[in-house]
Design a protein around this ligand. Structure first.
Ligand SMILES: *[C@@H]1O[C@H](CO)[C@@H](O)[C@H](O)[C@H]1NC(C)=O
Ligand SMILES: *[C@@H]1O[C@H](CO)[C@@H](O)[C@H](O)[C@H]1NC(C)=O
Ligand SMILES: *[C@@H]1O[C@H](CO)[C@@H](O)[C@H](O)[C@H]1NC(C)=O
Ligand SMILES: *[C@@H]1O[C@H](CO)[C@@H](O)[C@H](O)[C@H]1NC(C)=O
Length: 256
């Protein structure tokens, strides 16, 4: 088969698998207190695990590869009387063990999954040291102001790639994360082949789904000074705009 075709098929397969997954879980089999675990997850992945539903809960349990582990931290913690997620998700899913949270001794403000009770949750002292579960978001905004090429290099070295927004589903995710950016526009993996007057994703895909701001992306670009790249506005309608590649913007990497 034609190599390009194979490549596109492979990408399509990858996309359709990963689009079902909200969180990628990473089990860390080393004992830390809750705050240390949170710090670790924020450095290496996105945050301590958030659980949105029973599917997530099953995924989470599956990713524990050590049967001797009894308890592990997730990202739910108590502030005064309300339970919140470490990543500020508003997920209202709870999977408390009967009678929990019991707060027997005041100060059981952090949540542990107890594996020998089907993974149901127990409140626990944040000072206890347990293994823990991190999650990694599919898209992350990197808040550094860099040119398009620097952004591409950074994503490929540290994650997977600059994000390719080849569906409405991904555009929705982009709109979600891009609010955290500090620049008015944020680089996407979208580049312009000037001679052919054509836009392509760095993943190799054609731009089929699109979300250009009026006047952008449709007319031939003037590339006599600089090539043009695609960015998404971080506010307003969050549409795509065409900019010279030397502009310094935040950017979005895909992580899996
Ligand atoms: C966790 O451990 C760190 C380092 O030992 C300490 O500074 C922190 O106060 C501890 N946090 C909790 C909630 O026990
Ligand atoms: C990036 O640029 C924005 C907007 O000009 C600015 O507010 C922000 O502080 C800059 N960030 C860094 C890390 O330089
Ligand atoms: C592209 O969109 C931006 C934001 O809406 C607008 O300011 C700019 O004029 C547009 N570019 C062209 C060439 O129309
Ligand atoms: C493209 O931009 C350059 C530099 O600004 C200018 O000299 C040239 O006339 C422009 N070409 C077209 C076709 O607009």
């Amino acid at each position: 088969m034609d190599q390009t075709l194979l490549f596109i098929l492979l990408l399509t397969a990858l996309c359709s698998v990963s689009e079902c997954v909200q969180h990628q879980y990473h089990f860390l089999n080393e004992k830390k207190n809750w705050t240390e675990a949170q710090r670790y997850c924020r450095e290496k992945y996105s945050d301590l695990a958030t659980v949105d539903n029973m599917n997530d809960m099953n995924e989470l349990k599956k990713s524990v590869n050590d049967r001797s582990v009894q308890l592990l931290w997730i990202g739910l913690f108590r502030v005064r009387d309300s339970w919140q997620w470490s990543d500020q998700s508003n997920s209202s899913f709870r999977y408390w063990y009967a009678g929990e949270p019991n707060n027997v001794s005041p100060g059981e403000n952090c949540t542990a999954v107890k594996l020998n009770t089907q993974g149901q949750w127990h409140d626990n002292f944040c000072t206890n040291k347990f293994p823990f579960m991190c999650h990694e978001d599919k898209l992350i905004v990197v808040k550094e102001n860099v040119t398009w090429s620097e952004a591409l290099r950074y994503c490929r070295q540290n994650h997977v790639d600059l994000v390719s927004v080849h569906s409405e589903e991904i555009q929705r995710r982009v709109m979600n994360v891009v609010k955290r950016a500090s620049t008015a526009a944020v680089w996407l993996g979208l580049h312009n082949y000037c001679i052919m007057n054509m836009w392509l994703w760095v993943s190799g895909e054609m731009v089929c789904y699109h979300n250009w701001a009026p006047g952008n992306g449709t007319t031939p670009e003037n590339c006599s000074l600089e090539n043009r790249k695609g960015a998404v506005q971080s506010g307003g309608d969050q549409r795509w705009i065409s900019l010279p590649e030397s502009h310094k913007l935040n950017f979005i990497c895909s992580t899996y």
